[in-house]
Structures are given as C-alpha cells and as structure tokens.
Design a protein around this ligand. Structure first.
Ligand code: FES
Length: 166
C-alpha cells in the first residue's frame, strides 16, 4: 500500500502518498515535478541527484522518501531563482563551472553544502584532524569527488567555490 510522507521542500510543506520503494529522487522529480535534480546513474555513483537534507548533502537516488518523513529538503530550485541567484550559482556562471550542465544542479548543491561542512569543521579524508580543516584546493576536490562531471569542468568548479568562500 501507499505510505503518507510529509516533507518540507524548499520551504514548502508537501504531503505525499508514496509506494514505500520510491526514492527521494523520484519523489522530487516525478511526484513534485522538481526536475532540476537530475538522475544520472541512479545508483550512487555520479552525484547528479545531490540535494541537501537537514543541512547535509545526500545522493537522493540512494535513499527512500519514506526515510525522510518530516525532513527539510533543499533542491537547486530552492537555492536561488533566475531573478535572485544563489552566490554559488552566480560563481558557477562567472567561472564557467559547467559545459553541458547536466551535473550542475548536483554540483551546486554539493558545493554549497561543502562550504557549510568546512565552516562547521567536519573532517574529511584529506584532513581527518578537525582543527586543520581548510579551504585548500585538494580539500575541495576531495569533498567534491562524489560529483562527476563528464565535461571535466572541475578546475572551474573549484574556482567558483573559492570565489564564494572568499
Ligand atoms: Fe544518484 Fe547518480 S543519480 S548518484
């Protein structure tokens, strides 16, 4: 049977009735028509489906919507609008942080969350030592390693992140 799921998506409360097997990605794209979040591999390998849930980035293809009952979800549509872009969106434009654009919503959600992770002192493989977490390029590259870009815009993505980080 169907299961009721309540989410707050981009600040709006939504009530869904979902097959419990529905991924968060499919709930966003097919039930809420938020198609900014992309389906690349659908198996956790590309990062195109990255969204921010309760302040942390996740691959929405790897998690079931029912597991997020009551959670706050931010997608690319909630970060900025064409009239009022998020600073990270502006930086991706000014640094050419994309070519085909397919991975871009996931890249931008991830990039925004990465800067928050660093600000919060959350360690990574590069810097397991909490006190030494920094904005080095190797740190940023490591943290963005789950977001694949077939056009290889990686250096420009890192430049955009550095720009936003100041
Ligand atoms: Fe989720 Fe590729 S679509 S990681």
């Amino acid at each position: 049977g169907m299961i009721p799921v309540e989410l707050t998506v981009n600040g709006r409360e939504v009530h869904l009735q979902l097959d419990p097997r529905t991924t968060l990605l499919d709930a966003l794209r097919e039930h809420l028509h938020l198609t900014g979040t992309k389906k690349g591999c659908d198996q956790g390998q590309c990062g195109a489906c990255t969204v921010i849930v309760e302040g942390r980035r996740i691959n929405s293809c790897l998690t079931l919507a029912v597991m997020h009952d009551g959670d706050k979800v931010t997608t690319i549509e909630g970060l900025g609008t064409p009239e009022k872009l998020h600073p990270m969106q502006r930086a991706f434009i000014s640094h050419d942080g994309y070519q085909c654009g397919y991975c871009t919503p996931g890249q931008i959600c991830s990039a925004v969350a990465v800067l928050d992770e660093i600000a919060a002192g959350i360690p990574s493989h590069v810097t397991p030592d909490l006190d030494k977490v920094s904005l080095s390029n190797s740190e940023l590259r490591e943290r963005m390693s789950g977001n694949i870009c077939r056009c290889a815009a990686y250096p420009n993505i890192i430049a955009a992140m550095n720009d936003v980080a100041g």
